[in-house]
Design a protein around this ligand. Sequence first.
Ligand code: P6P
Length: 334
Amino acid sequence: MNKIVTLDEFIIRTQKEKPDSSGSFTRLLRDIGIAAKIVNREVNKAGLVNILGVEGSTNSTGDDVQKLDVFANEKFIETLSFSGEVCGIASEENQEFIPVASDHGHNAQYVVVMDPLDGSSNIDVNVSVGTIFGIFRRKSSVEGPCIQEDFLQKGTELIAAGYVLYGTSTLLVYSTGDGVNGFTLDPSIGEFCLSHRNIQMPVSGNYYSVNQGYYLKFDLEMRRYIDHCSDLNYRLRYIGSMVSDIHRIMFQGGIFLYPNTRKYPKGKLRLLYECYPMAYIVEQAGGTALTCKLDRIMDMEIASLHQTSSIVMGSKDMVKDMKEFVEKYGAVIQ
Ligand code: P6P
């Protein structure tokens, strides 16, 4: 029987392999795991306590804020703020970034960007949801508070990213730039345990994931590619939770698309705390992540915390196939 490798043990072991590791990054990753366990506990019993339903406000994109969104956001902010390693947090749930008080964030080297509970419209119907996070090294001096520029960094500046999937089991998947590993929460011991070592995305597949309901609102080249997927009898899987839809593709191959529409001319998904971290993970697993205009997501310039982007990500051969449709139909006057 293989020895159980807990998340903490794995983090410490891999950080020791990095000579410049000071241990502060280790503590930060471990704190993310702790916050995920706290959120998982509430997600799993949401139906039993008055934490379901709409909280009554809307977020930066106009989505209804769910009570569990607020809980998850508060728990991640609380845990990360007390880690002593974070000088600021940018969250989908907060219009502005959250500076961490100097007694906790002083000399802290990192900022965290996150969607604390992605796909939360699925909560009330018991469909899986997720947390998405990314970690940047701050640009500003450790002597002062964090500033907006600490967050407005391109995806290529990420030093780590990951997601937590609260599904049939609870999985934490992350990368620090040397491949992707997955850890399944064992409730009997309250530990995330290494369950998926060095995840490699299949180079192709037969799943495509897109909100077909917006088909007529997509640009011609996207409609032609979606028709192509249908002609090839690919299987459509879309549950409206980016983490869940992409997690499937990480293991079974496929392509996820959220193109720009007339309602979202620049795309709906947020570049900083949805697209960049998920693109980081997808690329680390051997996949490709582009905008629908074929720019690499990780290279996209960012000018505001809640900036959106179109996105296509998944198996590299399928994204390559999609590129041919954009090149063929993208120039066509629509
Ligand atoms: P739509 C959830 O609100 C989210 O941000 C992603 O997790 C998901 O992929 C997308 O939006 C779903 O959006 O417009 O298809 O409901």
